[in-house]
Design a protein around this ligand. Sequence first.
Ligand code: PLP
Length: 333
Amino acid sequence: MSRKKLDSLPRVSLAQLPTPIEFLPNLSNYFGGPEIYIKRDDQTGLATGGNKTRKLEYLMASALESGADCVITAGSTQSNHARQTAAAARKCGVEPHLVLFSPGAKAPEKQRGNVLIDRLLGAHIHWTDECSPYTEKLTEVEEALHQAGKKPYLIPYGGSNATGIMGFVSAMLEAAEQIEGIGRMETHVFATSSGGTQAGMLLGAELVGKTGKADLVGISVDKKEDSLRERVAQLASEGAELLEMDWAPDPASIIINDSYLGGGYAVVSNLERDAIRLLAEKEGILVDPVYTGRALGGLLDMVRHGTFKMSERILFWHTGGTAALFAFEEALQ
Ligand SMILES: *Cc1c(COP(=O)(O)O)cnc(C)c1O
C-alpha cells in the first residue's frame, strides 16, 4: 500500500541507481574489528554526485508539476545541496538560483570547490551575510523573480521536507535489496545535518519491515542531539503522512551522536584529516572535509573504542561532498 503510494509519486530520473555497496577489506583489517562496508551515494552521478540528488528526483518533479521555470534554494558557501540543485535544475531545463551564506567568507572561498561548479552550471548566486535556512534573502529573491514574470519553486534547505525525504525512503528499499545479497547488516552509519537523510532512512526501514531492522546511527556534523532528533522525528512523520502510513517514529529510537561537533560546522580538525587520509590510503576512496570525513572519523573512533561487536557488519553511507575537498586545501595539508 505505502510502497504503491511511493511508486505513484512524481519523480524525475537524475541519479545513477542503484549506487554500489562495496566491502572495505583493508580498512576492516586495519582495525581487526567489525566488517565495514560503504554505500557509494557519492556516485549518484550528477555534477560530482551526493545524497541530495536522490531528494531532488522528487523535488524537481514537484517543481515541474507546479509549472516552475526556475528554482531557488539556500545553503552554506560550500553547499553540496546547492550544487546538486543547480545541476538538477539545468538537467530539467529550469533556471537555478542559489542563496549562499557567506558571513566572513574570504574571496577565494567564493570561487572554489562547490562554488566553482555552481558557476560552471551558470547558477545565479545571491550572497547573504545571514546564515539561516530561512534567510530574508530567499523571500527577496523569490519576489524579484515573480516581479520579473517568472515562476519560481522553493526547494527547502538541504532538500529536507516530506517530498525530498522520499529519496531516502527509496534508498533504504534499494539498500535492503542489496543487503539481502550480502546476508546481513547490523548498523548503518552516516552524516546527519538537516535531518532529511536520516528521516527518509527511518521511514524506509519501516517500509522494509523486519528484515530492515538495523541501527541507524546519524553522526551530527552541526547540531546538538536533542534538537536534531526532534527535527528527524517531525520529517519522518510528515513523510509517513505523504505515504498514507499510520506511523510515527518513537523519538527515543532515533540514534544521533553529537560527540564529534568539534569546533563547529566545517571546522576541520585531526578527526576529519585522519579519516580522510586513512580511507584514501587504505581503499583509494575520498570522503569530504565537512560531512563524510567527520562521520567516518566518528565511526572509526567508535570502532577504536569497541562500540561495535567484532562480528558486526557496518554500512557507512558515503553521502558525497568530495567537491568541497578543493575548497579546503590549507586545512587538509
Ligand atoms: C547534506 C549532506 C549530508 C546530510 O544530509 P541531511 O539530509 O541534510 O541530514 C551528508 N553528507 C553530505 C555530503 C551532504 O551534502
